[in-house]
Design a protein around this ligand. Structure first.
Ligand SMILES: Nc1ncnc2c1ncn2[C@@H]1O[C@H](COP(=O)(O)OP(=O)(O)OP(=O)(O)O)[C@@H](O)[C@H]1O
Length: 678
């Protein structure tokens, strides 16, 4: 095979040589002929032309070429891009958004050579024109965290009015000018007599909103329904007066304007007969008593009749106190009181069991400590109360309807359509609405949309008393939504990190070394309350036998005690006859005792709301106060509420405790004896 192939190569080379020789010979002959024909001076160009045409047209030459390089006539280089049909290549671009865009190939002018035989494709690359610059796909500006958080929230909450807690306005004692307080002269005088000379922040916002400027229709606003109100303000910021003052003013006075000044006159009161105009619902009896006292102080000399219903007295006794008429059935109801302050349980009892007890004339429904009350589902009290304030559906009331002429004053306007005296209903007939304005108050107002929806609020207006930050309004709303509760600015908060076993001794150290008296001490249960008081008493007894320490009066206050005793203890504490009151969370809300300078959470509160209310028993109405929490694990709750930074963390050294240890150990032994015996 190898020999064969070498022979063929030799033969081909030989043939090539012969052809070349033949070509060269002919070329030589042609040159000779040309030499002969050559003119002497000119004609160079002609020869050149001939030579050129020879080279191009000479069949031999062509033959030669064909023979000479039959296969490699087009070199790789020649083929290049010219011979190949241009490929339409797809260019892929990845956009910023991550999607693939298919883009047309760059501009190429492709033309086919006219001589089809050669089948040559000539590609003329024209300079690529610059493409128009399209803007890069840009992501929209990301909304702020707070903007995202408020999405889907109740609009009323987003539009909450943020009230600066430092705002106060002086109350002029005399003269027709109310100084922007919206209070009558009579009321302003009364406030000054009670030592109140300025309005606190929450009051400055609420009073103008709650005391209507229109002197007419103050008790019944059936055709001008007013907005309901939700108020979130720190503990001790004066929320009680923010509703007590407008209630007294609206019920007892009627005002009119003279030369731009508000003139109020009790004789012009729109109150013709006594009806239940204001209902205040509170979670505990103690709070009912406290709010009643505020009404009595501020409403003195105004002829306002205030009643309470807490179950402290018999049902019959309460009925006699509240109702004028129990025997006959009255469509307009009957009441001896203008204002009723009550707990929800007893209120339901009267709604269901007291004849002529009606809420149809209510102008104000106040739910104080609203988050606590809304959490109580007792007999579905809220739904029952709300339905009692609305016009009952015709035929829903089993009592027979009697024609009443003339138009009865005793029936609320929203009840009138129920009375079968001749009306002329037209398409213009407007259905009267309940005139009841709902007011919700708390230092930890719920933002739970479900619970708020249950209140069927009418176009609610939110007031949130909290320090204004240098941030967007959304952030304030976010604080509201995220339940970041604001604290009194005069409160100093401390946490003493200690193990449970160290708590009793640490507490004794606080009392005897840090002078923590005039204090409320919160424990987790009634049982812990009693135990701590016993230990304290044993410890003091030990101390007194070994030295001359003055004796401190420490008492327990819990649900284990009879109501009468509880009341007496609270009175003694108010009178500073008791120095330390150890209690359960029974009085962690709302109780206002001005001299409380310390609050000790002996057992850490279970949630942030409880913490806010407990520590809020001190530092009230701008006074200074100190809160102490004894705990090992407490910071997570504070961190979640974004409140960790505000709390000073302290440790009590072993050394500080050694002086107290002997008496403490003796007290512990006594305590053990007591519990083993019982
Ligand atoms: N304008 C005022 N000037 C002086 N003292 C006031 C004023 N308003 C309220 N107070 C007093 O401030 C104290 C706290 O008020 P209040 O009990 O209404 O607080 P609160 O906001 O309801 O607190 P909490 O959330 O704990 O129930 C009370 O002793 C009250 O008399």
């Amino acid at each position: 095979m190898a020999a064969e192939s070498s022979t063929s190569i030799a033969a081909s080379t030989k043939a090539k040589t012969k052809a070349k020789k033949r070509y060269l010979r002919r070329k030589k002959e042609r040159r000779k002929v040309r030499e002969k024909q050559k003119p002497s001076a000119t004609g160079t160009s002609k020869v050149d032309e001939l030579e050129e045409s020879d080279e191009s047209d000479d069949g031999d030459d062509q033959d030669y070429r064909k023979e000479d390089v039959p296969v490699q006539s087009i070199t790789q280089e020649d083929v290049g891009t010219e011979s190949r049909p241009p490929k339409r290549r797809k260019t892929t671009e990845v956009s910023l958004a991550g999607t693939k865009n298919e883009v047309e190939p760059l501009n190429e002018d492709v033309t086919m050579d006219e001589t089809e035989e050669t089948a040559r494709v000539v590609v003329h690359r024209t300079p690529t024109p610059s493409l128009p610059i399209f803007p890069l796909p840009a992501l929209p500006n990301a909304p702020s965290k707070s903007a995202l958080a408020i999405q889907g929230l109740d609009k009323a909450l987003i539009d909450a009015e943020i009230v600066d807690p430092d705002v106060v306005i002086p109350i002029p004692a005399e003269g027709p000018d109310d100084g922007g307080s919206w209070l009558s002269e009579k009321m302003r005088k009364r406030l000054h007599e009670s030592g109140i000379t300025e309005l606190f922040a929450v009051q400055t916002s609420l009073l103008p909103f709650l005391i209507p400027s229109n002197p007419q229709h103050r008790l019944y606003l059936s055709y001008q329904p007013i907005r309901d109100v939700c108020v979130s303000a720190p503990t001790g910021s004066g929320k009680t007066m923010a509703y007590v003052l407008p209630i007294i003013e609206v019920i007892t006075l009627r005002s009119y304007f003279v030369a731009g000044l508000r003139i109020t006159n009790q004789m012009l009161s729109s109150r013709v007969v006594t009806h239940l105009r204001a209902l205040i619902v509170l979670p505990t009896r103690d709070l009912v008593t406290q709010v009643r006292e505020t009404f009595e102080v501020l409403g003195k000399g105004r002829g306002l009749k205030v009643g309470t219903a807490t179950g402290q007295h018999s049902f019959a006794h309460e009925q006699a106190q509240l109702m004028n008429e129990l025997s006959s059935s009255l469509l307009g109801g009957s009441s001896k009181v203008d204002v009723l302050i009550c707990t929800p349980g007893r209120l339901i009892d009267h709604l269901n069991g007291t004849p002529n007890f009606t809420l149809q004339h209510l102008r104000f429904l106040v739910i104080d400590e609203a988050d606590r009350l809304l959490a109580q589902s007792f007999q579905d009290w809220l739904a029952q109360v709300l339905s009692a304030t609305r016009m009952p559906a015709i035929n829903a009331d089993p009592r027979p309807l009697r024609p009443l002429y003339p138009r009865p004053d005793a029936v609320a306007p929203n009840m009138l359509p129920r009375i079968p005296y001749p009306h002329l209903p037209t398409f213009l007939t407007e259905v009267p609405e309940s005139s009841c304005q709902k007011l919700l108050f708390s230092a930890t107002l719920t933002r739970d949309p479900g619970k708020i929806a249950a209140l069927q609020l009418r176009d609610p207006k939110y007031f949130v008393v909290q320090k204004r930050k240098e941030t967007a309004d959304e952030d304030h709303v976010l604080d509201v939504v995220m339940e970041k509760f604001s604290m009194p600015s005069t409160l100093q908060e401390n946490m003493i990190v200690c193990e449970s076993s160290q708590k009793p001794l640490t507490f004794l150290h606080l009392v005897f070394a840090q002078n923590v008296t005039d204090a409320l001490v919160f424990t987790k249960s009634a049982e812990s309350t009693t135990r701590l008081v016993r230990l304290f008493d044993f410890f003091q007894a030990e101390q007194t036998t070994h030295g001359d320490k003055p004796t401190l009066s420490v008492r327990a206050y819990s649900s284990d005690l009879p109501i009468g005793e509880r009341k007496a203890i609270l009175e003694q504490f108010r009178a500073q006859q008791i120095h330390i009151l150890v209690c359960s969370d029974l009085i962690s809300r709302g109780i206002d005792i001005s001299h409380v300078s310390h609050v000790v959470s002996y057992d850490a509160p279970v949630d942030m709301r409880k913490y806010v209310h407990r520590v809020g028993r001190t530092a009230r109405a701008g006074r200074a106060g100190c809160a102490w929490t004894l705990a090992r694990y407490f910071k997570n709750m504070l961190k979640e509420a974004d409140h960790f930074q505000q709390i000073k963390r302290l440790r009590v050294s072993e050394k500080d405790l050694t002086a107290l240890t002997p008496a403490y150990e003796a007290a512990l032994r006594h305590l053990k004896d007591v519990y083993t015996r019982s």
